[in-house]
Design a protein around this ligand. Structure first.
Ligand SMILES: [Zn+2]
Length: 413
């Protein structure tokens, strides 16, 4: 854990980036040119199955209190969120992974990971039921296709943080039965069996028990998500996993050197494994300057989470306030597509996808402010010369292949 003095030192260092202002102006010059959605891009986008690997709306609703969903109308525009039904429809989203945030730190209010997870899994089912004219639960790749044919959006569940299983393999079966189709192995903290990218490494990657977790997930057909884990842990997971893995919301380390991103050697291993990296839209993971700010942000997250007197709501507010006070440089959908292109270059066109992190990212790139904006990715890919088939792979085809492959492997194991 980071003590107060250590944190203040880091924050002070984090605020001293003399080059930032000039760079910001430079970015603005580049990005001020308008990106216009063309009929061709919209046609390609509408005919794709757009799969977003990571959306934190359920967490945002849960921390508002137990009756928050009842009093909320997601069929209308909700400016307090980055997600609502009209904007999901406008964005052409075909399948959405709603993310269950297992509690990041130690016990809070006498509660630990699993109780938060169960509550939030239930909430995702309730959201899907409440808006059943638009949403429907999906548990397989075929479910996604079937639901899309009906013109609905497939709801899927991902669990974020391996502390959700409290060191018990059998709990994975329960989560799978409740609908979880991926688990991010850790979150901000290093846990008993795997190192986090944003905490002190204690295991040099993955422990023996961690290997069993990966194999059990393979057996179930639950996708192993390497977002948030240390680079060494990513390499260990890729050594152990029989099934293709995913990074549900990570970008490329070569373009933004934060440990939250995926280094090139891991991208090459992912190509061999058949997995995908679903690119995160958080500006702090998109540029080198943003990456420096993200380091200080994670230190701050550790610091406030170590205060047992703060509620989840208060922590959420403090995190947002810190990010407002430490604005990340302007960036745009062009940066997101730079990351997509880098992953295509190093891993391949079959190994990249989209993992927005909407409602988990207080700042967003220009043209990607909310879930209605996904067509801009299609537009920029088209502008850069990508063909329809390649764009469809990036938007969701690659995810469907990975999901199907993990299902097949599960049957054999
Ligand atoms: Zn995350």
């Amino acid at each position: 854990m980071v003590n107060r003095r250590h944190f203040l030192k880091l924050t002070a260092a984090g605020m001293a980036f003399p080059a930032i202002n000039n760079f910001s102006r430079f970015c603005q010059i580049i990005y001020d040119k308008d990106i216009v959605l063309t009929e061709e891009a919209l046609r390609i986008h509408r005919s794709a199955i757009v799969v977003d690997g990571h959306n934190d709306l359920p967490y945002k609703i849960r921390i508002k209190g137990p009756s928050a969903l009842e009093s909320l109308d997601l069929m209308t525009n909700r400016p307090e969120f980055q997600t609502d039904i009209p904007r999901l429809l406008k964005g052409g989203v075909g399948a959405q992974f709603w993310v269950v945030v297992g509690w990041m730190g130690k016990q809070r209010n006498g509660r630990s990971g699993p109780s938060y997870c169960l509550e939030e899994i239930e909430l995702i089912h309730k959201i899907t039921e409440k808006y059943s004219s638009v949403l429907e639960m999906a548990y397989t790749a075929d479910d996604i296709l079937r639901i899309r044919q009906k013109g609905k959006i497939a709801s899927l569940i991902g669990i974020e943080g391996g502390n959700a299983i409290e060191n018990t393999l059998g709990v994975l079966d329960s989560y799978y039965r409740l609908g979880a189709r991926y688990m991010t192995l850790t979150l901000a903290d290093t846990i008993d069996w795997i190192d986090s990218a944003t905490d002190v490494a204690k295991h040099d990657g993955l422990t023996e028990f961690g290997e069993q977790v990966v194999l059990e997930m393979n057996r179930l057909g639950m996708l192993v998500d390497i977002s948030h884990v240390s680079a060494e842990a990513m390499r260990d997971v890729l050594r152990v996993s029989h099934s293709p893995i995913i990074a549900s919301h990570s970008s490329a380390f070569a373009l933004a050197e934060t440990p939250r991103n995926v280094p090139d050697d891991v991208l090459q291993s992912i190509a061999k494994n058949g997995g995908i990296v679903m690119v995160n839209f958080f500006p702090a993971y998109l540029t080198q300057e943003g990456a420096k700010i993200s380091q200080n942000f994670w230190e701050y997250v550790h610091y406030i989470q170590s205060d047992p007197n703060l509620s989840e709501n208060e922590i959420d507010k403090l995190e947002n306030k810190w990010l407002e006070e430490h604005p990340v440089l302007k960036c745009s959908v062009e940066d997101v597509v730079d990351h997509i292109e880098h992953i295509v270059k190093i891993a391949g066109i079959d190994n990249v996808g989209i993992g927005s992190d909407f409602d988990g990212i207080p700042s967003r790139p220009e043209y990607l402010e909310d879930v209605s904006c996904f067509p801009y990715i299609t537009q920029v890919l088209l502008n850069r010369g990508y063909r329809e088939e390649a764009i469809h792979k990036i938007l969701g085809g690659n995810f469907l292949r990975v999901f199907r492959m993990a299902e097949k492997k599960a049957k054999k194991l």
